[in-house]
Write a protein that binds this ligand. Structure first.
Ligand code: ATP
Ligand code: MG
Length: 280
């Protein structure tokens, strides 16, 4: 049975999607079987992998609302060993429609039960809110990664997020845990960024990932080409940082060594898989 993680922070634009896509693709390229779930109506994780959200045959919406099986809604092999449950703006409706459905907070978790053993890691990219989509994600996973942007007021809203995580833990998912906090868009030249890192470290003494994700134009550019940072610019500082963060995540999850032959660094497998992705 694989480990499931949610990337959550109700604050917008803090690096949830960039982190989800980068960690998911690195783990898959390293040999683990990975499922990435886009739980955000913006569908940014979907388009970051170069998949057109307008032509998705099935999506997270169908799984949550229509009861479609996850296995029937996937984009299989969006990359080698990386499947995607995509999202598009229809998912915004789910936030409202879920309210009147039974087991409204557990629908994603229940849907995942049938496929979890097929993956080593399941990553869920949450929307920037604490609504039912995020609650479904938190109820479905073992661990939460909280990305925090190194900027003024970074800690604002964090208490609310921690409260929501605690609430889900008490009511729905006793095993839920924050596996780590990752600082994103770090600019070492500014005193503010260093101050923010210190503040967050005080707030989460044992939870901070050692890796700091630098502010990098390459990270911002990659999604517009539908490429992961490892495909777009594998030697960039952003790629190096996400490789190191992914290693920390794998270590904290105590993932068994990947069964399949690792293919990271093989250009053929990385770019070839981009075009072979299909859906069933
Ligand atoms: P939302 O809350 O809207 O879902 P998010 O938390 O998922 O946002 P991202 O989409 O990952 O955040 O990042 C926000 C923007 O910042 C994007 O345009 C992304 O390309 C860019 N970005 C993310 N990380 C970095 C970075 N380390 N350096 C520079 N730009 C970055
Ligand atoms: Mg996002």
């Amino acid at each position: 049975m694989g480990k499931a993680l949610a990337l959550a922070n109700q604050k917008g634009g803090v690096g949830k999607t960039t982190t989800s896509v980068s960690v998911a693709s690195w783990l898959a390229a390293s040999g683990w079987r990975v499922l990435l779930i886009d739980a955000d109506p913006q569908g940014n994780a979907t388009s970051s992998l170069g998949i057109d959200k307008r032509t998705l045959p099935r999506s997270t919406y169908d799984v949550l609302i229509e009861g479609v099986a996850v296995g029937d809604a996937l984009v299989v092999a969006a990359r080698e060993r990386l499947d995607l449950l995509g999202a598009n703006p229809a998912l915004a409706g789910a936030e409202v429609e879920l309210v009147s459905l039974s087991r409204r907070e557990r629908r994603l978790g229940l849907a995942l039960e049938t496929v979890r053993e097929q993956y080593d890691v399941v990553l869920i990219d949450c929307p920037p809110s604490l609504g039912l989509l995020t609650v479904n994600a938190l109820a479905a996973v073992d661990e939460v990664i909280v990305p925090i942007q190194c900027e003024y007021l970074a800690l604002e809203g964090l208490m609310q997020l921690i409260n929501s995580i605690d609430l889900v833990k008490r009511r729905l998912n006793p095993a839920l845990d924050v596996i780590g906090v990752v600082m994103t868009m770090f600019d070492p030249r500014t005193r503010l960024a260093n101050q923010v890192v210190e503040d967050v470290r005080r707030y989460f003494p044992s939870r901070m990932f050692t890796t700091l994700i630098p502010r990098s134009v390459r990270l911002a550019e990659a999604p517009s080409f539908g490429k992961t940072i490892f495909e777009y610019d594998p030697t960039s500082r952003g790629a190096q940082a996400y490789r190191s963060l992914s290693e920390e995540v794998a270590a904290r999850l105590a993932l068994a060594p990947p069964g399949a032959q690792a293919s990271f660094g093989s250009a053929a497998s990385l770019s070839g898989a981009a075009t072979s992705g299909g859906s069933r």
